[in-house]
Design a protein around this ligand. Structure first.
Ligand SMILES: [Zn+2]
Ligand SMILES: [Zn+2]
Length: 295
């Protein structure tokens, strides 16, 4: 029986290169495949394999000082979902380019947003109403098909765009609101919530386990709307049989969750194009400029 493990842990790592070698040797000896990122901030991984081998992996990894209380999430899938076993050292666990300003200690990211369980998110909204603002910590294209109702969606193509966005002044009117930052599984908001606090947002929260945990609890009967974008061939997952479609075709504005890459190779933007428009070759380009550029 095969499974996939997902996990992350923020804790100081003195020698990321050594941790990388150890993790690579461990994974290879257990026949696992996947992707692991290590940095001075900690570790972030997705690995697939036999359940028994994955259990051995958890046990061994927990021996590392600081990884004792790591939370491993189990998910469907296996070894064959990955082409190889890759372990890399990077300056930070998410490419916000904020590693110089982020401090990590034994308890995690220093001065990050307050963690909320899904039910605490609802309590906060019941108590403070419009003073609570949801802030999407993902790339904009992820939010196009699903997001919290009335969420602020920053203009971001990659995580690198967050710092300029936060410093642009566009969100200054939210600095005294209660900001609930959210992302897929929670790792991005561990860092983003700390970056926001450093930039004057006074009351910042993050959702424990991210949208995934929230969706497990409330599905489509809470404050979430649409699909959850995922970084594998599925592209999007619904929480229930009554998920709403909120994505809009860039050509006809009809409702769709169908992603296409712009047909101009030098553009390649990931955009929503509905099944009908997709039949017209011209509309496989995301703008008329892109369509013209190929002629
Ligand atoms: Zn369309
Ligand atoms: Zn294009």
């Amino acid at each position: 029986m095969q499974k996939i493990l997902l996990y992350y842990k923020f804790t100081p790592v003195k020698d990321p290169e050594l941790l990388k070698l150890w993790q690579k040797t461990l994974c290879d000896s257990l026949g696992l495949r996947g992707r692991i990122l290590v940095s001075r901030q900690g570790i972030n991984g997705t690995v697939g394999g036999n359940i028994d081998d994955l259990k051995s992996y958890c046990k061994a990894t927990k021996q590392f000082p600081g990884f004792k209380d790591i939370v491993f999430k189990w998910s469907e899938g296996g070894r064959d979902n990955f082409p190889r076993m890759s372990v890399k050292v990077k300056p930070e666990l998410v490419a916000f380019e904020s590693w110089q300003e982020i401090e990590v200690n034994e308890r995690g990211v220093v001065d990050g947003g307050t963690h909320l369980k899904p039910e605490q998110v609802h309590e906060l909204v019941e108590q403070y109403g419009d003073d609570v603002v949801f802030f999407d910590g993902r790339n904009q294209y992820e939010a196009k098909v699903g997001r919290f109702k009335n969420a602020i969606v920053p203009d971001t193509r990659t995580s690198r765009d967050f710092i300029p966005e936060l410093e642009s002044g566009k969100y200054d009117h939210l600095k005294d609101k209660k900001i609930v930052s959210y992302c897929t599984g929670g790792i991005r908001c561990e860092l983003l919530s700390a970056m926001m606090k450093k930039r004057g947002f006074e009351d910042v929260y993050q959702i424990d386990g991210g949208i995934v945990k929230y969706g497990e609890k409330y599905g489509d009967d809470g404050l979430w709307e649409g699909q959850l974008y995922v970084f594998d061939s599925r592209m999007g997952v619904d929480f229930s049989d009554h998920a709403t479609v909120i994505g809009e075709c860039i050509h006809c504005q009809g409702r769709t969750s169908n992603y296409e890459n712009c047909a101009l190779p030098s553009c390649n933007d990931l955009v929503l194009i509905c099944e009908t428009c997709k039949q017209t070759p011209d509309k496989l380009y995301h703008t008329s400029e892109c369509a013209k550029a190929t002629v």
